[in-house]
Design a protein around this ligand. Sequence first.
Ligand SMILES: Cc1cc2nc3c(=O)[nH]c(=O)nc-3n(C[C@H](O)[C@H](O)[C@H](O)COP(=O)(O)OP(=O)(O)OC[C@H]3O[C@@H](n4cnc5c(N)ncnc54)[C@H](O)[C@@H]3O)c2cc1C
Length: 665
Amino acid sequence: MALDSKIPKGPIADKWTDYKNHINLVNPANKRNIDIIVVGTGLAGGSAAATLAELGYNVKAFCFQDSPRRAHSIAAQGGINAAKNYQGDGDSTYRLFYDTVKGGDYRSREANVYRLAEVSANIIDQCVAQGVPFARDYGGLLDNRSFGGVLVSRTFYAKGQTGQQLLLGAYSAMNRQIGRGKIKMYNRHEMLDVVVVNGKARGIIARNLVTGEIERHSAHAVVLGTGGYGNVFFLSTNAMGSNVTAAWKAHKRGAYFANPCYTQIHPTCIPVSGDHQSKLTLMSESLRNDGRIWVPKKLEDVTAIRTGKLKPVDIPEEDRDYYLERRYPAFGNLVPRDVASRAAKERCDEGYGVNATGEAVYLDFASAIQRYGKEQAHIKGLDENDAALVKKLGQEVVKNKYGNLFQMYEKIVDQNPYETPMMIYPAVHYTMGGIWVDYNLMTTVPGLYCIGEANFSDHGANRLGASALMQGLADGYFVLPYTIGDYLSSDIRTGKISTDSPEFEEAEQEVRSTIDKLINNDGSYSVDHFHKKLGKIMWNKCGMARNAKGLKEAIKEIAELRAEFWNDVKVPGSENEYNEELAKAIRVADFMELGELFAKDALHREESAGGHFREEYQTPEGEALRRPEFQYVAAWEYKGEPSAAKMHKEALVYENIEVKERSYK
Ligand SMILES: Cc1cc2nc3c(=O)[nH]c(=O)nc-3n(C[C@H](O)[C@H](O)[C@H](O)COP(=O)(O)OP(=O)(O)OC[C@H]3O[C@@H](n4cnc5c(N)ncnc54)[C@H](O)[C@@H]3O)c2cc1C
């Protein structure tokens, strides 16, 4: 099937308005006769479910947690972008659009990104109206801070808990509809297949995680807002439960999977401490507003630090290498994540890593504490030369801005980051790849939509910070409610969709037989044993830097590991109870397939772009080298198994932005 991205004609600034002016609508009385399934109740799914129900559709919402409030979105710390230009520092819809396309290394679809920038301002108004407690400046206006890859301050935040506050807003909006009976909420339900009837998505098969019951649910359209698949790496900053199953099952039913190898590696995470670990912790990018990243200039200082003979605070200024400020003077510590991650890896590969494993750099707040302390002393008419006072005042400012993040760091690392620099290292954080969608957010299966991190998104080869929340909420509150109506307008006379059809029967039997196989396999190794092995292959051969040899090995090793998994995995317990191991086994089985497609996609892309870095394609300075012949989206069609997947290309046309070298110098 040829890809049609359905981008409306006309000038970019008019496309979305013209589109809305001309689409088909469903009148309120007819909306009452239409059912929509929304799988996922994070920021994308939660905002979509609430809005669709508010419009009058009957919504069935699903999540695997015990409450929508526990979706992974709750973890988002730093903030959400919007082109409000409250700072008067030159922001605009165009600039947000431009920064996002450039930040994604010119690998995203112009029309979608422009629309995202356009609706970004509405998101903030909507959330403020819901009562989301965004930080405010001294005059009472909403405050902003900066994130990487941009030269303006456009990031709205609620301390280091922006995702949590936004999710509470979406959850309240959902609850209103749950109360009215317009949303039927299925907590602790895991979608295990999409049901396609006569070429249209008409329902799902879900497993009640508490009882083990397999259920059929029908609807006129199905929306997936099921999050990202970073946990294919085993270790990531994602919530432990985040997985690819919903997206992968949709892929197997005909939805193309786009750019699976586009992963974001976040530069500021707490370094890996050992093999026993099952989770990595993010230190928000917002910290790069004030934290300065460095390693020692001299290798002997590195050795002294590692052996405990020197502390970082003992290293004099002239012996520190603030390598981001040195290499990228214009953006300094606020370069985009892919650039900052690679630069940290480069220093550590050269032997300058500051912890025992050699994989850590410093994020230092001493200068900020001094700067803020002096300012406060000046404001208060106190002695600016009193070092102890300045330090105390400065620490208070930093605590107000980032207190919860500092506390989290201290609890995990057992070091006080007000007194000694934090140690950080890049870790898997976000997946720009995902289910391919057209301008309507519809997948290649009619009636099946995909929103939020689960789709291949608006971020191209790299996501700028604070853009995921913006995209998820734009999709759910402002885009999908229009586009899905256009599709459903032809369904007003269809009536209820029966679950009593061969398609539902076939999908249910498939789910049952997978579960049966896993439960009765009686192998020797736990699910985690295989997941960890997969994660190691992914990190070593498909991680921050990749090359053709490693990727070919990864493809082979993942296929072998998958066979081993099905042969030798042990899932204790039964299928008719709450069985966390079984749920995990089903998810890992899908990661095993996705991993192979991921490597295959990475291998075919003979260029470096954003978060995807092929060692063979770099500039003499070690920067990502894009190649014009790869200016397309790679959308993979399932053909029986990952190795047989067929690639379709969506050419990326840039008419409103000049594609040039992506410089942050
Ligand atoms: C630590 C951390 C900090 C971050 N900070 C920021 C930030 O400051 N700013 C920013 O813009 N972005 C940030 N991000 C990224 C951002 O949080 C996520 O991209 C975004 O929240 C994803 O939202 P979502 O709604 O698409 O998916 P999620 O929030 O992951 O929700 C997925 C939903 O799908 C459900 N689900 C999944 N599979 C199934 C299934 N098979 N059956 C039923 N239900 C299913 C889950 O139960 C859940 O409800 C951060 C990410 C991390 C890891």
